[in-house]
Design a protein around this ligand. Sequence first.
Ligand code: AMP
Ligand code: MG
Length: 487
Amino acid sequence: MSVTTPLTVGLGNRFARELPELAVPWQAAEAPDPHLLVLNDPLAVELGLDADVLRTPEGVRLLVGNVVPEGATPVAQAYSGHQFGGYSPRLGDGRALLLGELVDRSGRTRDLHLKGSGRTPFARGGDGLAVVGPMLREYVVSEAMHALGIPTTRSLAVVATGQQVQRETVLPGAVLARVASSHLRVGSFQYARASGDLDLLRRLADHAISRHHPDAADAPQPYLALFDAVVAAQASLVAQWMLVGFVHGVMNTDNMTISGETIDYGPCAFLDVFDPETVYSSIDQGGRYAFGMQPVAAEWNLARLAEALLPLLHEDKDRAIALAVDSLAGFTRTYSAAWSAGMRAKLGLPEGLEDALATPLVDEVLALLRSNHVDLTSFFRGLGAASRGDLEPTRGLFLDLPAYDEWLQRWLATGPDADAMDEVNPVYVPRNHLVEEALAAATEGDSAPLGRLLEAVVDPFTERPGLERYAEPAPEDFGSYTTFCGT
Ligand code: AMP
Ligand code: MG
């Protein structure tokens, strides 16, 4: 049973009030023996929450949804989704709850959300639960993404529930407390559209404009401007993933936000060696969401958003389609511009270097990285040293040295800016072998490796002594890495 609490957490219920058709009031399952595994102190401060209070037994019960702040209306959100291309009309939060919205210290509205909080009416065959490893993976990877400057949901805490959860083996249960600028998804719009209720679709679009893309309200066609804005936000987001080697793993339409934040870290991972065909998810047999496919997948999802929005774009269906097609063409433009600018920055190319020189430098080095099986993160960080005159660290990564040396000389001749490169090429990303090591230890009750990994990845651009192993590529025997979905 959940009880209300006088804990001073001002949670609003705007989503539940404005969009009741998408919100099923619900309660979290009782956690038998909750204890805090990790709490994000800086984020708590940002949210205006007292971390010391969150550490008390009552605070921990709040973080699993077993005490509810006064005035809050926790809800399971309804949404649809294309999963690996197949449409599911009714997905929704099967194991998650939106506790409500809070206004952070800078005046921004943020959702406070729980994942792993028990079955809801959307649970279908699922148990509504989550386990320690995957919830910590979301915590580590989302906080690493944030530190890399990539828009993402944040992680406030992971609490072990004390419940045993049946997976392939029996594993300790956990709840992740997540923060997002909202949980509106492409799938939310698909659900509203499929309901046939045009007023609901319009209210959802108005809600999204107000929360994420307020400039659209003043545009001649606000709903078209909303679509333009989502296209631009997603194009920019996916370009950032591609620059840092992030593989989301499950880019279903229910896992794509309207805000442009990365959401729902499941079988996600960072590339070790650079290869566009890399797939980590055990369920992605066809490679639909392989690293190099991500821009295409994002654009495909945005076409599904356009379909959902059509009745709001124009009363004439053909006109509406033409507007949507035109707007969606902005994806490639924005994506290409963001990616090219990002690649120039990674290579430290001087501003004003003509495309005729820059483009082949980018294309050729990526081809070399691929054919030589080079570790992406080590290579780009090593280029900083190379431009300072220490060529050996990057040279040591290549088998075809003549080809690399030829490229290196042409690149050095552009006069790359080493300091600027070190600001965009991370030393520390949550490498798969380190994540696995940390999660395995935490599942066994030892959270020290997790703490050290977090220490490295939350400050990714500053090389620090003592963290050498967090900068190194995976050991040879780590082999091909697979993570499992639905956990
Ligand atoms: P995901 O692939 O994690 O984004 O989840 C897809 C859908 O499955 C969402 O509707 C989730 O709420 C639901 N889901 C995933 N795992 C569970 C679970 N253990 N119990 C209930 N629903 C789940
Ligand atoms: Mg999801």
